[in-house]
Design a protein around this ligand. Structure first.
Ligand SMILES: Cc1cc2nc3c(=O)[nH]c(=O)nc-3n(C[C@H](O)[C@H](O)[C@H](O)COP(=O)(O)O)c2cc1C
Length: 237
């Protein structure tokens, strides 16, 4: 896992931040496709009806499958919510989605920030100091059917980005397991984990993943291992 930790005093944006324009296709995350359980032309033999009935009974009674997972734990109930301004978090989100099969929701702004870093960074800093919101474009993710939420954000001014903070103000993810991943130019991610504890006091926050921007494109191995640990944590609860 990529970690480059500095003291909190160093949690400031890089003046000549090494942001870059998103690469072609970087925002195109693929939502999971759910295969229908059975197609219309399937024939319901007596045997298949019996095994369906047995499955329903075992599921209702919470019995375990031979693999060790319960029927409920087999269902894809992971979602991925992220914001990315210049594409780095989006690239990580794509890796997380591929490793987890999570359904992907990208947060977008009604009034996006300027592409010019120096023009927008002071605005974001002021928003953070005022605990201000930045309105999100609809439709917003409906996470009611999910129990594990991968949450991706760039690191802004010592914490989560304003759009992710805005999302959490309205969606504190109570009762969910939250698996955060954060990318910064150089700072330690501690402020992001602190934000999460503040905004999601009733969520179970799993150990997060952090990388610096310059290492993000090479993080596939580390982030895939992290996703696996989050999925295992989900099954154990
Ligand atoms: C408003 C703003 C504030 C930032 N603050 C920090 C910071 O405190 N520490 C840091 O290391 N990087 C900081 N950065 C750099 C971003 O974390 C970094 O460029 C990140 O990769 C951007 O992710 P994205 O491409 O998904 O938008 C900041 C960037 C912006 C735009």
């Amino acid at each position: 896992m990529q970690r480059r930790c500095r003291k909190r005093a160093a949690l400031r944006p890089e003046e000549n931040g090494r942001e870059r324009a998103p690469r072609a296709g970087e925002r195109a995350c693929n939502p999971i496709r759910v295969r229908p359980f059975m197609n219309q032309s399937s024939r319901y033999s007596r045997r298949s009806v019996l095994s369906l009935a047995a499955g329903a009974f075992l599921s209702a009674s919470g019995a375990l499958l031979p693999s060790g997972g319960s029927f409920a734990a087999e269902a894809p109930r992971a979602a991925l919510v992220y914001f990315s301004r210049t594409g780095t978090t989006a690239g990580l989100a794509r890796m997380v989605a591929e490793a987890s099969g999570a359904e992907v929701f990208e947060l977008k702004l009604v009034d996006p920030y300027s592409d010019d870093y120096s023009a927008m960074t002071g605005i974001a800093r002021s928003e953070r100091s005022r605990n201000a919101r930045r309105e999100l474009a609809k439709p917003l993710p409906d996470l009611s059917g999910f129990d594990l939420i991968f949450l991706g954000s760039p690191y802004w001014w010592g914490g989560l980005s304003i759009p992710v903070r805005t999302f959490l103000m309205d969606n504190p993810l109570a009762g969910k397991r939250v698996a955060p991943f954060v990318v910064s130019a150089s700072s330690s991610p501690e402020g992001a984990w602190e934000d999460l504890r503040e905004f999601c006091p009733q969520a179970r926050i799993l150990p997060g993943f952090h990388t610096v921007q310059s290492a993000a494109s090479g993080a596939r191995g580390d982030i895939t291992a992290w996703v696996k640990s989050c999925l295992e944590a989900r099954q154990g609860l």
